[in-house]
Design a protein around this ligand. Structure first.
Ligand code: ZN
Length: 147
């Protein structure tokens, strides 16, 4: 019994000793060549991590990440058999259709915006193509669409 207890007590310290020996071996600089290889491996890992990310202009956020979306709509927009006209200037074509927070807004060439309650995000998604570009600001996006 006494013998077993002593052995059990000795075992952890033996394992500890081996662990410290191995750690010391790992921590000790082995040779300039080994250091060079490690540095090379680390460099490659860093490059690989960078390669995982597309350049910002190629990253397309999903629709939930966007504050809103817009698409040009040059032809007249007919809803419920009625042609939609700008309530301020009366223009009825060359819209930008904006979709944000489950609301759809129409923006005329003159920059008037009106909420279009007959349209919703589902309608917008059915009628818009894939996202081709993203813009940091609303103004950038307007400029992109020539407004
Ligand atoms: Zn207008």
């Amino acid at each position: 019994m006494f013998h077993r207890i002593r052995r059990r007590a000795a075992d952890p310290s033996e394992a500890q000793r081996r662990f410290f020996e191995q750690s010391a071996r790992l921590q000790a600089p082995e040779s300039p060549e080994a250091e060079r290889v490690w540095a090379e491996l680390e460099r490659r890992e860093q490059v690989a991590v960078v390669d995982d990310f597309l350049p910002p202009e190629l990253r397309v956020p999903n629709r939930e990440q966007l504050g809103g979306m817009m698409m040009p709509w040059t032809q007249p927009l007919v809803l419920d058999g009625e042609m939609v006209a700008c309530s301020e200037c009366g223009s009825y074509r060359d819209w930008l259709i904006l979709s944000t927070r489950d609301q759809v807004w129409l923006r005329c060439r003159a920059g008037h915006q009106q909420l279009e309650t007959r349209l919703d995000t589902a309608w917008y998604n059915r009628n818009s193509g894939p996202t081709v570009s993203t813009h940091a600001t609303f103004e950038d996006c307007l400029r992109h669409h020539g407004h």
